[in-house]
Ligand binder design. Sequence first.
Ligand code: ADP
Ligand code: MG
Length: 140
Amino acid sequence: MTVTRTFSIIKPDATRRNLTGAVTKMLEDGGLRVVASKRIHMTKAQAEGFYAVHKDRPFFGELVDFMISEPVVVQALEGENAVLRNREIMGATNPAEAAAGTIRKTHALSIGENSVHGSDSDENAAIEIAYFFKDSEIVG
Ligand code: ADP
Ligand code: MG
């Protein structure tokens, strides 16, 4: 059993609809443990830096504007194969393609306003956790 960490964001479409608890429950029920969590309102520079990998995609401006539109909840999650497990619990990027019972199938509004972010690799998880949390804020 390999316990690892991943990084999650509960996005503005979910915080706006008061779904922080509902989403977190789905993560916990799926076997993940919240080891760091805070509600923040991202700055434009923070969102642009976080999503820099997507800067040449046509939806980049829309994505940044969405992510700074309202508060988000950033979380570090721990569990067995946490990155993969979280991606399974989240479901496909486009809620229309997400499997039944996933967060995105249950709660997402569209491919853009899709309720959650999750890291796509262990390497990016470490980078993304460090982008928002100091070591002292993570308590396993
Ligand atoms: P994921 O969040 O599933 O890892 P990506 O990394 O491909 O997906 O995209 C990052 C985020 O950009 C998505 O979660 C979504 O909010 C947004 N996004 C992706 N594709 C589109 C699109 N075609 N139109 C609008 N927004 C998009
Ligand atoms: Mg991604």
